[in-house]
Design a protein around this ligand. Structure first.
Ligand code: SAH
Length: 213
């Protein structure tokens, strides 16, 4: 598959649609305009790649809806060069959006199949996260902490404490919290023990699974 003028036109339309839905950060919209989402999904869905929808990506997982990706990215309030932890690599689309911000991205996926597939895809496409890790993101990534921002792209029954402790002061955690559907939640670390919590609309994610052993 290739990226064509037609795909670019569809991306511009998608960015316009996201604007009408309330996405306003120019850099986020530019990421939507430039990243070839149709290459992140199975070719059988290619015709739908620029609709504002989630799709299956195998292993019972989904690529998040573009609006959700844009919304979460806005909440991260990224600055150039930010050090970010992403939990739930999935198709890698959200990772590519983060890389568009010239961010230093560590990304974790717990499904081996998806991890392998997406790692190969990143290489092929020239996307360069700092590390692509196979493992349980519930525990965060203590060896590389602290982070300017942490984004969780699966629904968490509650906010994992490990993630809060791995934020820099001033750092932001964006996480959908809930079981059947989720409230998008932003936690900003104010001091070592204080966090400001803000809640946004309701979303639907596949579950964040914890490896108990
Ligand atoms: N950002 C991805 C979203 C994929 S769906 C995209 O846009 O394509 C969420 C992903 O989180 C799934 O791939 C799922 O396997 C992964 N996941 C669930 N629990 C996890 C955990 N504890 N650690 C790491 N990844 C997890």
């Amino acid at each position: 598959m290739q990226d064509t003028l037609k795909h670019r036109g569809l991306r511009n339309q998608l960015a316009d649609l996201l604007t009408t839905k309330g996405i306003s950060q120019v850099k986020v919209l530019n990421a939507i305009r430039s990243i070839p989402r149709h290459l992140f999904i199975d070719s059988s869905f290619e015709g739908h790649a620029y609709q504002d929808k989630a799709f299956p990506i195998g292993a019972e997982q989904t690529i998040s809806q573009p609006y959700t990706v844009a919304f979460q990215t806005e909440l991260l309030a990224l600055e150039k060069g930010a050090k970010i932890l992403e939990i739930g690599t999935g198709s890698g689309y959200q990772t590519a959006v983060l890389l568009h911000f010239k961010a230093v991205v560590y990304t974790i996926e717990r499904q081996l199949e998806l991890f392998k597939k997406t790692k190969i895809f990143f290489n092929k496409m020239g996307y360069r996260p700092k590390k692509v890790i196979f493992g349980d993101g519930y525990k965060g990534l203590p060896d590389e902490a602290p982070f300017d921002a942490i984004i969780v792209t699966a629904g968490a029954p509650e906010v994992p404490k490990a993630l809060l402790s791995q934020l820099k002061i001033g750092g932001r955690l964006v996480i959908p919290v809930g079981v059947d559907d989720q409230i998008m939640t932003l936690l900003i670390r104010k001091s070592s023990a204080e966090f400001e919590r803000k809640e946004f609309g309701s979303f639907r994610f596949v579950p964040l699974l914890e490896d108990k052993n």
